[in-house]
Design a protein around this ligand. Structure first.
Ligand code: SAH
Length: 212
């Protein structure tokens, strides 16, 4: 049942403009229902964001696929995710062969996802903390993906990007953001494009929104 639902979701994403075969394959391989609360599992293969507790959400599959495609990564590349949440986005990147580092600022979510990764043998490296300042120890990264909406582009993240790498981040106010794709051309040279109308939960931290 899950398998056929997943396949039809992947077909829908293809029709909506996801063309990267590795991305489509990953969305077909990773079982999204294992990353959502039991009560929500029957919606796992609908193209919608779902609540994961603590006021947070697992992103819509289209958004996950679009952001992953926008990173233009290759297997073995190093990728940093800000906002581990359910772990689904990290699991997609891991299944594509990337070296995945991910940071989550809510301790209970971090713990729950770490346990899930242990159980599923997903060897992504996750940490509890404020991701707006990046993860310098493992930098530079070939890609950085921010899965929460920010008022601005955190300078630390631009700094920790490898030359040739891309940062994908929703930037805007708390209700609506546009997705920015920033490519590092040279140490101080960036190329930027943006796609309007996305909605993410807020990125809270030193280089994001102030804590309430
Ligand atoms: N990528 C996730 C989406 C989770 S929603 C998934 O696939 O399910 C965004 C997450 O970002 C939330 O869990 C929230 O707690 C977290 N977050 C918000 N601000 C953060 C920050 N400064 N550093 C790390 N995580 C943050």
């Amino acid at each position: 049942m899950n398998e056929s639902e997943r396949l039809s979701l992947v077909e829908k994403l293809h029709q909506k403009g996801i063309t990267d075969k590795a991305v489509l394959q990953a969305l077909n391989n990773v079982e999204r229902h294992l990353f959502v609360p039991t009560a929500m599992q029957h919606h796992a293969y609908s193209d919608v964001a779902l609540p994961i507790g603590y006021g947070q959400t697992i992103s819509q599959p289209y958004t996950v696929a679009f952001m992953t495609q926008s990173l233009e990564l290759n297997p073995e590349d190093k990728v940093l995710e800000i906002g581990t949440g359910s772990g689904y986005q990290a699991a997609i990147l891991y299944s594509m062969g990337m070296k995945v580092y991910s940071i989550e600022r809510q301790f209970d979510i971090y713990l729950r996802t770490q346990k899930l990764f242990d159980k599923m043998e997903i060897r992504a490296i996750i940490r509890y903390g404020d991701g707006t300042i990046g993860w310098e120890e493992y930098s530079p990264f070939n890609g950085i993906i921010v899965t929460a909406g920010s008022p601005k582009i955190p300078p630390s993240l631009k700094k920790q990007l490898a030359v040739g790498g891309r940062l994908v981040i929703p930037v805007g106010d708390k209700n609506s953001q546009s997705l920015k794709i920033i490519k590092k051309i040279d140490e101080n040279e960036f190329e930027e494009s943006e796609i309007p109308q996305f909605t993410f939960v807020p990125l809270i931290g030193r280089e994001g929104w102030n804590q309430k």
